[in-house]
Design a protein around this ligand. Structure first.
Ligand SMILES: NC(=O)c1ccc[n+]([C@@H]2O[C@H](COP(=O)([O-])OP(=O)(O)OC[C@H]3O[C@@H](n4cnc5c(N)ncnc54)[C@H](O)[C@@H]3O)[C@@H](O)[C@H]2O)c1
Length: 333
C-alpha cells in the first residue's frame, strides 16, 4: 500500500502557518510541517493546536537555509506551501544578511527541491510590501515592484526566482501575495497586536510608529482561504501566476487605533515613538489591494470585515493565557 498523501508547509509554527495547518487538516489533508530547529524544541503556535488537529500533523524540525532539510520535507508531498521567512521590517535593517539567506536562498532551496523531487504544486508566499507605496490604487499584480526595505527586497528576490523557475523549468509554482494579515497568534511586531495587547494589559497611552500610512488589513482566516484556493485550484487556472489577496479597503494606522479603542471601550492617547519611525524613503505610505485576479481564478472573496476580525483578535489577546505568551512592555523588533 502506498503512503498516505500529504502536503508540506514551511513556516508552519508561525502566525499564518499555524492557521493554515489547522485549515488544511480541517479540510482533510495530512500535513508535514517544518518548524525551524531551535534548542527549546519549541513547536511555536503548533503547540496550541488541539490533539485532533495535531494527530494529522508530522512535525519536522529543520531550516529552509539547509537544502537537505528542505528535500526531506517535500519528498513525496502532493503540494508545498512555502511560508517560512524572516518578516519584520525593522529587524531587516539590522540583520539583512539573514533575510537574504532565509527569504532568497531558502526559497531557492524550496524551488530546487520541488523541481528535482517532482512535487506537482508549490505555493510561494510573497507580500504586498514588494509594491512599495502605491503608485496607482487599488494595487493589482501589474503594479511596479518597488522594494523600500531589505525585507521587501528579499521577498521580491524570492518571487523573481519563483517566476524564473516557472519560465525555465515549467515549475508548477503559484505565488500568493497577501496584504497585511491580522488575527489571533500574530506577533507583537505588527501594529494590531501591539495596540490590542497594550490596551488589554491596561495601558491607555499607546506608543506606535508613524500613524499616517494606510494598509489593507485582511483577517487571517481569509488569507488562509486564499492559500487553499491557489493550492487546490486546477493548474491551468493558477500555475505560473501571481495573485494578490486583500480586501480592497484601506485604513490609516491612526484611524485603526481609534477603531480598536472603540471596540475595546477605551479612550486611547497615542504617542509616536521616534525609535519606531522608519526612514522616510523606507516607509510604505499606502497599500490597498485589487484582488480581482484571485477572485476571477478561484472565486475567493474575504468573508470577514475589519471590525469582525478585530473582535476575534481582541478576544484572543484578552485571554490571559494567550497574552502571557507575549512581551507587551517592550518594542518587539
Ligand atoms: N503577516 C502578514 O501581514 C504578512 C503579509 C504578507 C505576507 N506575509 C508572508 O507570510 C509568511 C508568514 O508570515 P507570518 O506573518 O506568519 O510570520 P511568522 O514570523 O509568524 O512566520 C514565519 C515563520 O517562518 C519561520 N522561519 C523563519 N526562518 C526560518 C528558517 N530559516 N527555516 C525555517 N523556518 C523559518 C519562523 O520560525 C516562523 O514560524 C511570510 O512568508 C511572510 O513574508 C505575511
Amino acid at each position: 500500500m502506498s503512503a498516505p498523501a500529504f502536503v508540506a508547509v514551511t513556516g508552519a509554527e508561525g502566525f499564518i502557518g499555524s492557521h493554515l495547518v489547522e485549515e488544511l487538516v480541517t479540510t482533510g489533508h495530512r500535513v508535514r510541517a517544518m518548524v525551524q530547529y531551535n534548542s527549546f524544541s519549541s513547536f511555536g503556535w503548533l503547540e496550541t493546536l488541539p490533539e485532533e488537529v495535531m494527530s494529522h500533523v508530522e512535525v519536522v524540525l529543520g531550516d529552509v537555509r539547509d537544502p537537505g532539510s528542505v528535500n526531506g520535507l517535500v519528498a513525496g508531498a502532493e503540494a508545498v506551501y512555502h511560508l517560512a521567512a524572516l518578516i519584520a521590517i525593522p529587524y531587516s535593517y539590522r540583520a539583512p544578511h539573514s533575510y537574504v539567506e532565509t527569504n532568497v536562498t531558502g526559497t531557492l532551496n524550496v524551488l530546487e527541491a520541488v523541481r528535482h523531487l517532482g512535487v506537482p504544486r508549490l505555493v510561494h508566499t510573497s507580500t504586498s510590501e514588494t509594491y512599495g507605496t502605491a503608485q496607482t490604487v487599488p494595487i493589482n499584480e501589474d503594479h511596479p515592484i518597488n522594494t523600500q526595505s531589505p525585507y521587501a527586497a528579499s521577498k521580491a528576490g524570492g518571487d523573481r526566482l519563483a517566476d524564473s523557475y516557472h519560465a525555465s523549468f515549467d515549475l508548477p509554482v503559484v505565488t500568493l501575495r497577501p496584504f497585511n494579515t491580522f488575527g489571533p497568534r500574530q506577533s507583537m511586531r505588527a501594529v494590531i497586536p501591539t495596540v490590542i495587547a497594550q490596551v488589554a494589559a491596561g495601558e491607555r497611552a499607546i506608543t506606535l510608529g508613524d500613524l499616517r500610512p494606510t494598509r489593507d488589513f485582511t483577517y487571517v482566516k481569509d488569507t488562509v482561504a486564499a492559500f487553499l484556493a491557489v493550492g487546490t485550484a486546477p493548474a491551468a487556472d493558477v500555475v505560473g501566476r501571481t495573485f494578490n489577496a486583500g480586501t480592497g479597503e484601506e485604513i490609516s494606522i491612526g484611524d485603526l487605533v481609534l477603531l480598536i479603542g472603540k471596540l475595546m471601550d477605551s479612550d486611547l492617547a497615542v504617542t509616536e515613538d521616534p525609535a519606531r519611525i522608519r526612514p522616510a524613503a523606507s516607509e510604505v505610505m499606502r497599500l490597498v489591494c485589487d484582488a480581482t485576479r484571485l477572485r476571477a481564478a478561484t472565486g475567493w472573496a474575504p468573508a470577514h470585515t475589519l471590525e469582525a476580525g478585530l473582535v476575534r483578535a481582541i478576544e484572543f489577546f484578552r485571554d490571559p493565557a494567550n497574552l502571557s505568551r507575549y512581551k507587551v512592555g517592550i518594542y518587539n523588533v
